[in-house]
Write a protein that binds this ligand. Structure first.
Ligand code: NAP
Length: 320
């Protein structure tokens, strides 16, 4: 019987479904990632791995996994997997696109609203008992409606954010490697060079994947181009931002605030400088974290495993 190893505690219904056909084992912790030695040992024995974005799946792992046929990542991003090494080892890699698009777009929009309207600061203020009187500029933030949103990485999630932004009467700019005519037509989005977008946007939102090309793409030079009133948002992957440059830009007033779901190193420590800044709203990589969507992601990853181990075509294969 083919063996499947799941690197984190997932929904029992998904495990039971896999158990009908396969021998399934898992790392049974919700908040602790599987230790590297356990992952390598399990990879050596199994035919399929159901992985999380916190698992490093690399050449070392593939070279010690003679039976491995598929790595099903429970994320749309797959920067934790060495795709070339997988290809060389003849291992199929799958991800979970589409099922998380709207949920992640909701979070990106929530982060933009929360940062602009100072929601977490205001929530702390009232909980701390600081609310003694109404006053005209008490916790006054910035408008979102009718402002200019610049989306870097206008893929599925970027376009779902553009759809929401159109409902807020926002002016939408975007930057990708290739133009997205459907988004231009549907939401009036305008294609811009990166520097043009940075200069014009009130909100700059990163939704590009982490690749060699995007790593450190937003650094000191890019923050300098942004308006002093701009709010920077990252819901893509942390290392797309040069975090030291972001801290500097926030401290010097080069930009006005930041909303962050992702960080250079995750998890961040409680004393991370970004966490003590009032104008930063930080959340712990919860872009796709609704119970419905997380279930759909688990199920899609399991369906990909089932397909590959029964010699069928995977549903959502990542290609080189
Ligand atoms: P997608 O449909 O593949 O879209 C990615 C977009 O990024 C594409 O439009 C692509 O443009 C663009 N892109 C790639 N390289 C670029 C570059 N060098 N400069 C500018 N744009 C570039 O993927 P998606 O489903 O929208 O997801 C996007 C990313 O969001 C994922 O890769 C993942 O890292 C992140 N994500 C985060 C969370 C979270 O929890 N925070 C949840 C889901 C996804 P081209 O079409 O021109 O190649």
């Amino acid at each position: 019987m083919s063996k499947v190893f799941i690197t984190r505690k997932i929904d029992d219904a998904v495990i039971q479904e896999l158990k009908k056909n396969f021998d399934v084992e898992g790392w049974d912790s919700e908040d602790e990632a599987v230790p590297r030695d356990v992952l390598i040992k399990q990879a050596g024995e199994c035919h399929a791995l159901l992985t999380m974005l916190s698992d490093q799946v690399d050449e070392e792992l593939f070279s010690s996994a003679p039976h491995l046929k598929i790595v099903a990542n429970m994320a749309v991003g797959y920067d934790n997997i060495d795709i070339e090494a997988a290809d060389k080892a003849g291992v199929i890699v799958t991800n979970t696109p589409d099922v998380l698009t709207d949920t992640t777009a909701d979070l990106a929009f929530a982060l933009m609203l929360a940062t602009a309207r100072r929601i977490s600061e205001a929530a702390d203020y009232i909980k701390n008992g600081d609310w003694t009187s109404w006053s005209p500029y008490l916790l006054a933030g910035r408008d979102v409606h009718h402002k200019t949103l610049g989306i870097i990485g206008m893929g599925k999630i970027g376009q779902a954010v553009a759809k929401r932004a159109a409902g807020f009467d926002m002016n939408i700019l975007y930057h990708t490697r290739s133009r997205k005519l459907e988004a231009e037509e549907a939401y009036g989005a305008q294609y811009k060079s990166l520097s043009d977008l940075l200069e014009k946007a009130d909100f700059v939102l990163v939704l590009a994947p982490l690749t060699e090309e995007t790593r450190g793409m937003i650094g000191a030079e890019q923050f300098r181009l942004m308006k002093n009133s701009a709010i920077y948002l990252n819901v893509g992957r942390g290392p797309v931002t040069d975090e030291a440059a972001l801290i500097e830009a926030l401290q010097s007033g080069e930009i006005a605030g930041a909303g962050l779901d992702v960080f250079e190193q995750e998890p961040v420590s409680a004393d991370h400088p970004l966490l003590s800044m009032k104008n930063v709203v930080a959340v712990p990589h919860i872009g796709s974290a609704s119970t419905e969507t997380r279930f759909a992601m688990m199920k899609l990853a399991a369906d990909n495993i089932k397909a590959v181990l029964t010699d069928e075509k995977p549903l959502t294969r990542v290609s080189l």
